[in-house]
Design a protein around this ligand. Sequence first.
Ligand code: PLP
Length: 408
Amino acid sequence: MRLFKRTLPPAAAPLSSRDFINGLFGLFNGRREIERFSNEIRTYFGVKHCFLVSSGRAALSLILSALHDLYPDRNEVIIPAYTCFSVPASIVRAGLKIRLCDIDAETLDFDYNQLNFLLSNKKFSSCNNRFLCIVPTHLFGIPSDIKRAKTIISDRDIPIIEDAAQAFGAEDKKLMLGTHGDVGFFSLGRGKAFSTVEGGVILTNRDDIAGRLAEKMAAIDCVNIIHLLALIVKAAALCIFTRPFLFWVPSIMSFLRLGETIYEPAYPIRRYSAFQAGLSRNWIEKINHFKKIRRKIVQKWINVAKVKNLYAYIQKRGVKYDLIRFPIRFDDASQRNRVLLRSSEFGLGIMPGYQTSIKRISSLEEYLGDQNCPQADRTAHILMTFPVHPFIEQRDINKIMAHLDEIR
Ligand SMILES: *Cc1c(COP(=O)(O)O)cnc(C)c1O
């Protein structure tokens, strides 16, 4: 156990006491505060429709059921085989079927040959309209090649849901991620690019999708007083404990299961609260500030990877990457695990990605049958991420480098 020692969180979008007070003010504004945030998002991203809900997975589940209303004869959703476990959980919850597409082990994006195969193979396209949608994912904030997915889809009418959960405010050559598909969503959860404790944002320019979403929104519950109190307590805890000099406190509480992704289809779907909208005030300034720092630290990690001869999933110097964690891999899994052990021993903020591929989630393995994904399986064993958040200092980077030297 590490008591009283500098401990880096793996990711952070810090909340200040000022934000917390804004949250309480937001509460008194009620609906108006939520509308303010939603209007600001529409303007900033230049989209027609925005919906705010309790989480990224709630957003995805509403999008899926809206699409299923529009295309009732289709029921399969194509997702990357290495992604957040909330994604398959949302598909199962919506009563739909998962179709895995393996990832490209070099980029973490889809294996586009396999995507092409899925969409053009007779076996899959015989009942041509089985695919409800495709979910390209900007993992860690690395832009997925949505143009390429669109080329493969070509003239078929298969909607794209852009999973930009980890990419709120992130850009790809000046274009905002989350606005390229038919519909996109962000997560405002802990450990994402920008956080209001929890939260999900849906963006779309399609009136038909927005119409269905509006109907679904009208039917979901508001937060009650218990949820609200829980949000307030969590916000206060985040304000206090995310700092490196106090992060040892949550890091020794194993019941928090920090950094683990859990497969759980029975999550709540609720509206966003005025308290959370209040927490978001000045969000544009804040994300610009976070982006500036994260871009700088990403460049430092790119250099470290070059110097130490490590495989980094992004390598181009001088390109602006809006990542929330910097993914890297160690081709020897046992070596990676030694780094992770050191990290928890010394509070270095290095984390694995997801524990397994989607295929190996124990409650899904049988159901996914012969859908294999060797690249995703392997990636789960060798990937790890370095922190890039605003608390990182040069001494932290030096410390991590020294530990890497000792291990290799
Ligand atoms: C976090 C995340 C989600 C789910 O968002 P929550 O707000 O945690 O429900 C979905 N997809 C990806 C890629 C994520 O990282």
